[in-house]
Design a protein around this ligand. Structure first.
Ligand code: ATP
Ligand code: MG
Length: 339
């Protein structure tokens, strides 16, 4: 008789339904790991539509984009049978928990979040929602008692805050939340904007420096061939060569070759060769994704059913957590009135 399998670790991660599609960095830093970890982990993946509201998107576009994002996740290998896929706004418990956590969050602590500082410095309007974003994110994660959270490097500070809040809550009210760890398997790759390799590629920035997963092959090729590179001729990953380093990182993810091996391949060759090869590799990587996406989007009923099923499964866990949280912080349970 084989030994019973230990319970699978719980994994939680989200993505905002912003932009025209997911961008290459979302694939590299997040979604490819999601797809790869579904067998060994009990995965919860959600579309962070409430987080998208910090950009005040056009309402119809947000609705459409949320459904498109489900199709994109499935096309990238997320399997809605093995994983729980849902929309954040379908579970009102997220906002409820975020309020309770916000009462344990220091104002100075929240002010230190560098993503808020970066976004406001780059001209985004600084709403209270944008400031509060990391607290809602902590609620997203803690709600599901996640053991691991696969996220890109840009989200690491938010995860630290999440762990601090979990510890604070547990210390004050008794053991309630699992402490989430960053996903150990991830390499920490951070894809940079092709036109400005000193900043990360982002959906909300877009433009010629962003490769969308759903870009057609010609557009992908054009964007990569126009990438800003660095002075000198040597193809080498180095701090003073952010453009070339970024292209080597992309090549490494798309082909599976290590960066030192790639550097060897390009000895005596120039940036033009590297760009041509990176473009071809990314085109090949995303061509089948686009095909699957088109087929999935043709059946919106199926996408809505995925979200409905996901909300049901996520809701069971969320209600279990919230029943304990409400009781521990001292909220009087509503009396059920007999009809
Ligand atoms: P937005 O500009 O709307 O915030 P975004 O591209 O930053 O979009 P998010 O939805 O905020 O995407 O993040 C989804 C996931 O993708 C997160 O885990 C984030 O860490 C990861 N991610 C985002 N951009 C990059 C990048 N350039 N490189 C690696 N990972 C990234
Ligand atoms: Mg972001």
């Amino acid at each position: 008789m084989s030994a019973p399998r230990p319970p699978r670790p719980r994994v939680l991660s989200g993505i905002r339904p912003t932009g025209d599609s997911f961008q290459l960095g979302n694939y590299v830093g997040a979604v490819r790991h999601w797809a790869a970890m579904q067998d060994e982990s009990d995965c919860f993946f959600f579309l962070a539509d409430l987080h998208a509201l910090t950009d005040t998107p056009e309402p119809e576009r947000l609705r459409t984009r949320t459904r498109e994002a489900v199709a994109e996740l499935l096309a990238l290998g997320v399997d809605a049978d093995r994983s729980t896929v849902f929309a954040q706004s379908h579970l009102p418990q997220h906002v409820e928990l975020s309020w309770i956590l916000s009462c344990l969050t220091g104002f100075g602590e929240a002010s230190r979040m560098t993503q808020f500082q970066d976004k406001t410095a780059s001209g985004a309007s600084s709403s209270v929602g944008l400031f509060y974003y990391p607290v809602l994110q902590a609620a997203d994660i803690l709600m599901y008692q996640a053991d691991a959270v696969p996220i890109g490097e840009d989200q690491r500070q938010h995860l630290e805050l999440t762990r601090d809040l979990a510890q604070r809550f547990n210390g004050r009210y008794g053991q309630t939340f699992t402490l989430p760890a960053p996903y150990a398997g991830r390499q920490g790759e951070r894809i940079k904007d092709l036109q400005d390799p000193t900043r990360k590629m982002s959906k909300s920035i877009g433009g010629a420096g962003t490769v969308w997963v759903l870009d057609d092959p010609r557009t992908i090729t054009k964007k990569i061939k126009s990438a800003v590179t660095d002075t000198g001729r040597e193809v080498r990953a180095a701090d003073d060569k952010p453009g070339v380093t970024n292209l080597l990182t992309i090549a490494s993810v798309a082909t599976g070759a290590s960066i030192p091996d790639l550097e060897q391949t390009y000895v005596g060759r120039g940036y033009g060769d590297l760009k041509g090869d990176v473009a071809a590799a990314v085109v090949e990587l995303f061509a089948p994704v686009r095909e699957r996406y088109d087929a999935l989007l043709a059946d919106p009923g199926h996408l809505d059913a995925v979200l409905a099923d996901g909300a049901g499964r996520a809701g069971e866990v969320a209600e279990r957590t919230m029943t304990a949280v409400r009781e521990r912080v001292g909220l009087l349970a509503p009396r059920r009135t007999p009809r």
